[in-house]
Design a protein around this ligand. Structure first.
Ligand code: GLU
Length: 277
């Protein structure tokens, strides 16, 4: 099997050490395997994505000495196609329109969901037919219906924390993931995991290499792959680079931005050392 991987940042802020770790690891694994390393901008959040962040990301990657194969794939250029590819799921009874706001959802939930990566949707609009869809409604996946189609699909993980074959447990998925939003058409938005599942398949990605924080999204992506008849790549979630207090780095932590280390005179070799590579 050809080794094809990608680095898929969202250009909503500067790259920090965690991104550098993902990018370097994916690049080095691809090069070591004689494979391909692709670059994808996950810029479907049209409000927060900025061309200046993309320019900075390209500059940081080049500075790190990473080269990517082929042109940069920009998700914002394919939103209509992602939405069009989603529609057949509606005809299969797997989607429903939802007009709940974030505060409706919070109010309907009995308790905050500690330790759960998703805010599990309480199902208020489930049962609404697609013919009741109004402009601006989101489209949600009816997860119970989807799981009846796909059963308990599995995926292989090679990362340090969860190495092995994982089977999705439908009961757990219903409890921890729920009916996720896949698109909000009026606003031209598609969910990250939908666009990413299509792109991974279209770009022939054999290995997804990314931070541990995205492990929780993998079951949704695998369920979507099965619903659309797409292949499931091998996953490798690497340890997170944490700040001095042990907190995960976020885009807003500009203190850890690569740009800052560059300005202070760090070399690409210093960055590799700092992320443990
Ligand atoms: N766009 C995601 C992020 O920047 C990464 C998605 C992925 O690698 O699958 O967090």
């Amino acid at each position: 099997m050809a080794f094809v991987t990608r680095f898929a940042p969202s250009p909503t802020g500067p790259l920090h050490l965690g991104h550098a770790c993902s990018a370097i690891l994916a690049h080095d694994m691809a090069r070591a395997a004689g494979g391909r390393f692709l670059l994808r901008m996950e810029d479907t959040d049209l409000e927060r994505s900025k061309p200046e962040y993309e320019a900075q990301i390209l500059d940081d990657l080049t500075w790190l000495g990473l080269s990517w194969d082929g042109p940069v794939h920009r998700q914002s250029e394919h939103i209509d196609s992602y939405n069009a590819r989603l529609e057949p799921l509606a005809a299969r009874g797997l989607l429903y329109p939802c007009s709940c706001t974030r505060s409706d959802i919070r109010a309907a939930l009995a308790a905050p969901q500690e330790g759960v990566a998703f805010t599990v949707y309480p199902g208020t609009c489930r049962g609404r037919g697609m013919d009741s869809r109004r402009p601006g409604d989101a489209l949600r996946l009816d997860l119970a219906a989807a799981l009846r189609v796909v059963g308990s699909p599995g995926f292989t993980e090679t990362g340090p924390a969860h190495q092995g074959l994982h089977r999705i447990d439908p009961a757990l998925a219903l409890r921890e993931i729920g009916d996720v939003v896949l698109s909000r058409k009026g606003e031209d938005i598609v969910a990250y995991f939908l666009a990413s599942a299509f792109d991974d398949a279209d770009q022939g990605i054999s290995h997804v290499i990314r931070g541990e924080d995205l492990f929780a999204f993998t079951p949704v992506q695998v369920i979507l792959q099965r619903l659309f008849g797409l292949p499931t790549p091998i996953y490798h979630h690497h340890r997170l680079i944490r700040d001095d207090q042990g907190k995960r780095l976020a885009k807003r932590d500009d203190a850890r931005a690569l740009a800052k280390y560059r300005a202070e005179g760090a070399t690409p070799a210093d960055i590799r050392r700092m992320v443990g590579l």
